[in-house]
Design a protein around this ligand. Structure first.
Ligand SMILES: [Zn+2]
Length: 672
């Protein structure tokens, strides 16, 4: 039998995974081997007769589990980016096993004793600042996993963790199922209002499903423009209702039943650890710190957002009435009439703007911005064997040489998870041997030649690239502190602040070039695009903030096992005064941030929290009089390089010279 390529040395350029050799069947034996190896490494630490030291315990833990990290890095990325029945089945099989393994290490009594004794003497250990923080964070990780609890509670914590892993996987697979399962076939007569780029995307989507004509799918790159442009109200309603029904179909893929169980398990875990509910537990280890701090921020934007949305609604209705629309405005009408208002009030027509935003130019804009700010260069690597022909690879370099590898996977595919995200195949670390990062950005753009982006798509490209820079610029010693391994409500700062360079007039003038003529977007159009930035922000803020408020309500519920998710949603929306014409951005049954994993549970507010920082932070460049001001860029680079070696508020204050203020956020959304 040939050796398992996941376990054999990777003789590939830059040590990228040997994708061309890896088959799904390789994962179970590789995981089994890697978990055994990790446990043996942990046993060696706990069996060490020497007294615990930072080196023989904390640092040794950081050196342990490298094979597991390598195998899991490949697996977790392929599951979401590539997908398909074999990987989905393996994900279902592996996720509880990996959770079991994780808890076995996290609850190991001998290991915890060593860490706990070190933590007790932390003030006399003369540790460097990153080491001291690592010791604190590792110790806190044990406490929050339940290592200090009694035996029965620890057993229960492990069981909760395994069950949650299974439920999270199932939840995500159910959403993917519903997204794959539905499409709206269209004939020529159904295309009223659809611009050419959308027709091209719909033609491609039909072809990928073996159909003639056109199809709208639930991929964001098709459904949102369809709701924006289709003049057929009947079809908009059908599409909208399918979009918001994901995860809510009775049968084998119904997420409604999973939610109360997930919430109850999380609440139980929080109570075992001494917190009244999951949100209190979660926020205790966040930059915000408390539920009150989060509620305060969300309330600060909610009322102004509702008022702005009411004004927007009145304007929408005026335009609709002028067109002879006599019905009540519904959720499937908002985007359609908003686009008409945008055209009327700002003289902007999305279908005339999009031809200026080609994928290669926008990617180049993101690269060149990083060159100017941080001295990075990006060299295409056309011949690397990758996991899909869509993927493009680049070597990232700076003045000292190799920095890492950046992979871009831009297109929607039926088996790929929806949305946009950054991830890594390998994280930067340097414990004696420098390990360079391999970072991937995923988008779900409609495949078309040329690939034209909406203004929002292009902004998202910059957003994800900001996360990528956080991974690429990381300069830390320990894997646990690498790149984006920061607190959840800080992790969106690097991504969101990077969006500001996309919206610079000079970026647009240089990179927004018409795909046919090569002409730059006219300055007057740029001025109108920028003038329209506050447009529809009432809608967008209501859409977002309501989702964040539902998240908090779900995770502070005193008896979540009793929740009937549909009536709960109705009650919360009524309680906060949700405008009827605005749909929830994420209904619970397909709210993957909350339920396809634990990452954003009780933390969806993090985007708004980080927006306070990014709006205020970008102002530092404006105050310096130059969006590329070198000293300010150097200070920003310090944040992007620090990973989790320093407390985020300390990092921010060092960058800005003071604590953040919400003024810039409210101004940016035109809520003041
Ligand atoms: Zn993000």
């Amino acid at each position: 039998m040939s050796p398992n390529p996941l376990l054999a040395p990777w003789e590939t350029p830059f040590g990228i995974p040997p994708f061309n050799l890896i088959h799904p069947d390789h994962f179970p034996p590789a995981f089994a081997h890697a978990m055994d190896e990790h446990l043996a490494e942990i046993d060696a630490i706990t069996a060490n007769p020497a007294k615990p030291t930072f080196a023989n315990t904390i640092e040794a833990m950081q050196r342990a589990g490298q094979t597991l990290a390598r195998v899991a890095g490949v697996f977790s990325n392929l599951v979401v980016s590539l997908g398909g029945p074999a990987l989905e089945a393996l994900d279902t099989e592996m996720s509880p096993k990996l959770a079991h393994h994780g808890m076995r290490v996290a609850l190991d009594p001998a290991l915890f004793r060593r860490v706990d004794s070190l933590h007790a003497q932390r003030d006399t250990l003369t540790l460097a600042p990153d080491e001291a923080r690592l010791l604190d964070r590792v110790h806190l990780g044990f406490i929050r996993s339940g290592a200090a609890l009694g035996e029965a509670e620890k057993t229960r914590m492990a069981a909760i963790s395994e069950r949650l892993a299974t439920l999270h996987t199932q939840f995500g697979q159910n959403v993917l199922h519903d997204e794959k399962d539905w499409h709206l076939p269209l004939t020529e007569t159904d295309l009223a209002g659809l611009p050419e780029f959308l027709r091209a995307g719909a033609r491609q989507a039909a072809a990928e499903r073996g159909l003639d004509g056109y199809a709208i799918t639930l991929s964001r790159s098709l459904i949102e423009p369809f709701l924006t442009f289709s003049a057929r109200r009947d079809l908009r309603q059908i599409a909208f209702e399918a979009w918001i029904a994901r995860g809510m179909h009775a049968g084998a893929h119904d997420n409604r039943a999973l939610i109360p169980e997930i919430l109850a398990l999380r609440a139980e875990r929080a109570r075992l650890l001494g917190y009244p509910d999951f949100a209190s537990f979660r926020l205790a280890d966040s930059m915000a710190g408390t539920i009150q701090a989060v509620e305060h921020l969300l309330q600060e934007v909610w009322e102004p957002a509702r008022q702005k949305a009411a004004a927007e609604r009145a304007r929408l209705l005026a335009v609709a009435r002028a067109e002879g629309f006599n019905d009540t405005l519904a959720a499937w009408d908002w985007r359609y009439y908003a686009e008409k208002v945008r055209a009327a009030d700002y003289d902007l027509d999305e279908s005339l703007i999009k031809p200026y935003f080609t994928l290669p130019n926008m990617q180049q804009a993101a690269f060149d911005t990083a060159s100017r700010l941080f001295g990075l260069s990006f060299i295409p690597l056309p011949d690397l064997p990758l996991y899909h022909p869509d993927v493009r690879a680049y070597e990232v370099r700076d003045e000292t040489g190799h920095v890492g590898i950046f992979l871009a996977d831009p297109y929607a595919r039926p088996d790929k998870r929806s949305g946009a995200w950054m991830s890594s195949f390998r994280d930067q670390e340097n414990m004696g041997t420098a390990v360079s990062p391999i970072i991937v950005n995923n988008n779900n753009l409609a495949r078309a030649e040329p690939t034209l982006l909406s203004f929002d798509d292009a902004r998202t490209l910059f957003h994800e690239f900001g996360h990528a820079l956080h991974g690429l610029l990381s300069r830390v010693r320990y894997p646990l502190q690498s790149g984006t391994s920061v607190k959840r409500d800080f992790v969106e700062f690097p991504s969101q602040v990077y969006e500001h360079w996309f919206e610079l007039p000079e970026t647009l003038a240089r990179y927004a070039l018409h795909h046919e003529t090569g002409e730059p977007i006219p300055p007057a159009t740029i001025a109108r695009l920028l003038a329209a930035r506050g447009f529809n922000q009432g809608f967008a803020t209501v859409e977002y903030t309501s989702s964040a408020l539902i998240d908090l309500a779900l995770h502070t519920h005193p008896a979540p096992e009793t929740i009937d998710i549909e009536s709960f949603e109705r009650d919360v929306l009524a309680g906060i005064g949700m405008p009827a014409e605005i749909g929830l951005r994420h209904r619970p049954a397909h709210f993957q941030h909350l339920f396809a994993g634990g990452g954003y549970a009780a933390s969806y507010y993090a985007y708004m929290w980080a927006e306070v920082l990014d709006a205020d932070g970008f102002d530092a460049f404006l105050e310096a009089g130059d969006p590329f001001d070198p000293p300010t860029a150097t200070r920003l680079k310090t944040i992007l390089s620090a990973g989790d070696t320093i407390d985020p508020m300390e990092l921010y204050v060092a960058f800005r010279g003071r604590a953040p203020s919400t003024k810039a956020l409210l101004k940016g959304r035109e809520l003041v």
